[in-house]
Design a protein around this ligand. Structure first.
Ligand code: DAH
Length: 343
C-alpha cells in the first residue's frame, strides 16, 4: 500500500512537471497515463493486492489521481486547440499582432543621407553650421566683400534687430567656420537648410537644402575634384551616367565650374525636364580661391583645396518623380506616407 501511494505521488509530480509541451507529446502523454495499458489502468489492477480494509482509501486516492491525470490531459488539449503554441489559455499567438504605425523619413532626408553616405565612403566627415549667420561667414570671408556685385546673386533675408545677421544663403558658411579651426587636412561634407528671398512657386522656395563639400590639403588638384565628383555621380546615378564640366563663376573658387549629368529622365535624348538639352545641372564647384584660404588663416602657398555645393531638392524631385517643390514643406501626411519604405 505504501509503495503504491509513493508511486502515485511520483506520477503526480511527473505530471505537474510537464511544462510547455509541443502538441506531439500530448498523445504520448495520453498513451502513457490514460491508455488501455497506461499507468492509471495498471494502478487499477493493483486493487486486488490491496487489503480489503484499505481498499476504500486506496480507491479514493486512485480515483483522485485518475481525475488529475485526465483533467491535465483535457486542459492541455484545450490550450493547444485554442492557441496553437502558447500554453496561456485564450491567447492565439498565431493571430497577427496590432499594427504599429511606422513613420517615414522625409524625402529630403532620404536624399541627404544618400549623398552623405557616398562621400563618407571617400573619407569625408559631416559638419554642420548655424542657419543664422553673420555677414563675414556668409559673404566677406568667401571673397564677397561689401558692395561686391555677386552678393546680388543671392537675395538675402537680413535679421531686423541686427543688420549684420542674416539667414545663410548657402552652406558655404560651414567651409569658413571649419577652415577657421585650423585643423588640416580637412575633408568635410556639410548638409543644411538655406534661405533666399524668392517667390514661392512649384519650382522655387524661400528655403531649401544644400550639401557642401570641402577638401583642403597639400597638392589637391582639379583632377582630384573631378574624380571625386565622378565617383559620386556614378554611385548616385549608376555607372552609365555621363558628366560634363562647364566653366562658371563663383567668387569663392578659381577656377570655377558647374557640373552637368546626362538627363536621368530621357537618358540624354532631350525632354521637357532637361529643356531638350539632354543635360541636368547638379552642382557648382571649383578650386578654393586663395583669398578664401587667406581669410581663414590658411597659407595658400602651402595648401590648396576644392569645394562644391549642390541642392538636395532638385535631385529628390527627379528621383521620386515629384512635380512641386512646395510639397516638401507642407507636411501633408498623404504625401509623406508614400516614403515609408523608400530608401
Ligand atoms: N554656394 C553656391 C550656391 O549656393 C554653391 C557652390 C558653388 C558651393 C561652388 C561651392 C562651390 O562650394 O565651390 O550657389
Amino acid at each position: 500500500m505504501d509503495q503504491l501511494l509513493e508511486k502515485i505521488e511520483q506520477y503526480k509530480q511527473e505530471i505537474a512537471a510537464i511544462g510547455n509541451q509541443a502538441s506531439e507529446t500530448l498523445e504520448a502523454y495520453r498513451i502513457k497515463f490514460l491508455g488501455t495499458k497506461g499507468i492509471v489502468k495498471n494502478l487499477m489492477t493493483e486493487m486486488k493486492n490491496v487489503p480489503s480494509e484499505k481498499k476504500k482509501e486506496f480507491g479514493q486516492l486512485l480515483n483522485e489521481f485518475k481525475q488529475y491525470a485526465e483533467s491535465r490531459y483535457e486542459n492541455w488539449k484545450l490550450e493547444l486547440e485554442s492557441n496553437g503554441t502558447s500554453n496561456e489559455p485564450g491567447i492565439d499567438s498565431t493571430l497577427p499582432g496590432d499594427p504599429i504605425p511606422v513613420g517615414s523619413r522625409h524625402p529630403i532626408s532620404l536624399m541627404r543621407n544618400q549623398i552623405i553616405s557616398i562621400f563618407q565612403r571617400l573619407g569625408f566627415s559631416v559638419s554642420e553650421g548655424p542657419e543664422i549667420e553673420d555677414d563675414f561667414h556668409n559673404f566677406t570671408a568667401l571673397n564677397l566683400p561689401e558692395h561686391h556685385p555677386a552678393r546680388d546673386m543671392q537675395d538675402t533675408f537680413y535679421i531686423q534687430q541686427n543688420p549684420d545677421w542674416l539667414l545663410r544663403t548657402h552652406t558655404s558658411n560651414i567651409q569658413i567656420r571649419e577652415m577657421e579651426k585650423g585643423q588640416l587636412p580637412l575633408r568635410i561634407i556639410c548638409p543644411g537648410r538655406v534661405y533666399r528671398n524668392e517667390t514661392i512657386s512649384a519650382r522655387s522656395h524661400c528655403f531649401f537644402h544644400q550639401v557642401e563639400g570641402l577638401y583642403i590639403d597639400e597638392n589637391v588638384s582639379f583632377a582630384d575634384l573631378k574624380q571625386t565628383l565622378y565617383y559620386f555621380v556614378q554611385e548616385m546615378y549608376g555607372k552609365d551616367v555621363k558628366v560634363r564640366f562647364r566653366p562658371s563663376y563663383f567668387p569663392f573658387t578659381e577656377p570655377s565650374a558647374e557640373m552637368d549629368i546626362s538627363c536621368q529622365i530621357c537618358g540624354g535624348s532631350g525632354c521637357s525636364i532637361c529643356k531638350r538639352t539632354g543635360w541636368l545641372e547638379i552642382l557648382g564647384c571649383g578650386m578654393v580661391h586663395p583669398n578664401v584660404l587667406t581669410n581663414c588663416g590658411i597659407d595658400p602657398n602651402k595648401y590648396t583645396g576644392f569645394a562644391f555645393g549642390m541642392g538636395i531638392e532638385r535631385p529628390a524631385l527627379l528621383k521620386y518623380g515629384i512635380t512641386d517643390i512646395r510639397l516638401f514643406s507642407e507636411n501633408d501626411v498623404r504625401f509623406l506616407r508614400q516614403f515609408t519604405s523608400a530608401t
